[in-house]
Design a protein around this ligand. Structure first.
Ligand SMILES: Nc1nc2c(ncn2[C@@H]2O[C@H](COP(=O)(O)OP(=O)(O)OP(=O)(O)O)[C@@H](O)[C@H]2O)c(=O)[nH]1
Length: 205
């Protein structure tokens, strides 16, 4: 619940094929820096920012792409339950990584959601600085996000902090909208329950 003075906390899960820049995005957001090499560490980081006068705690799970038989697009039930929102990353120079994101959107859309509507997703085409090696057009990215109702950004984690910040803030907004909807739905259910209790009781009087 988001009271006026309460700290807001949200769980962000980063997914995508190998070497698309998931760690680069995470480290850029946490430190504002691009360090080039990141190693194979899977971690959950917590980071608090003050936005519009309120403390926002971002819990960020920088996942590793599965290397086993489950395949690159696999998402575990634990990850699905943990996440409030998803950042699906592909590289604009790697068509296979775009196909992995397609599979992942499908998997998330089929899973049971914490929210009344679809779970919030932002799709990110990373490595925009490598235009000369592009194999996935901006149009294709945009079409995928329009047809699946996701947010979309093309960015370069290597070049700027601003694009990365936009990604996290957009997903935060979508998560907060989804929570408000859930609260609204719970409120309506509560009203219906109270009304049935009152009318139910009257009928038996
Ligand atoms: N040119 C360019 N290189 C990038 C960008 N983002 C990441 N890289 C490079 O791409 C490589 C992989 O980046 P990572 O952040 O480790 O990718 P990852 O998706 O976390 O990889 P795994 O953890 O192995 O799944 C590294 O060499 C990064 O320096 C970018 O925006 N532009």
């Amino acid at each position: 619940m988001e009271g006026s003075q309460q700290k807001v906390e949200a769980n962000f899960l980063l997914l995508g094929a190998e070497s698309v820049g998931k760690s680069a995005l995470t480290v850029r957001f946490l430190t504002r820096r691009f360090i080039g090499e990141y190693g194979d560490i899977e971690s959950i980081y917590s980071h608090t920012d003050r936005i519009d006068g309120r403390d926002i705690c971002f819990n960020i799970w920088d996942s590793l792409c599965p290397q086993n038989d489950e395949g690159a697009g696999h998402i575990s039930d634990r990850q699905l339950q943990w996440a409030d929102g998803f950042i699906l990353v592909y590289s604009i120079c790697d068509r296979a990584s775009f196909n992995v994101v397609r599979q992942q959107v499908k998997r998330i859309r089929q899973a049971k959601s914490k929210f009344p509507g679809a779970p919030p997703i932002v799709i990110v085409g990373n490595k925009r600085d490598l235009q000369h090696r592009r194999t996935v057009s901006s149009e294709e990215g945009r079409l995928l996000t329009l047809s699946t109702n996701c947010g979309f950004f093309e960015i370069s984690a290597a070049e700027t902090y601003h694009g990365v910040q936009l990604v996290f803030h957009e997903l935060l907004d979508l998560i907060r909208e989804a929570r408000a909807l859930k609260k609204g739905a719970a409120g309506i259910k509560g009203i219906v329950r109270s009304m049935s209790a009152v009318f139910g009781r009257k009928r038996t009087e």
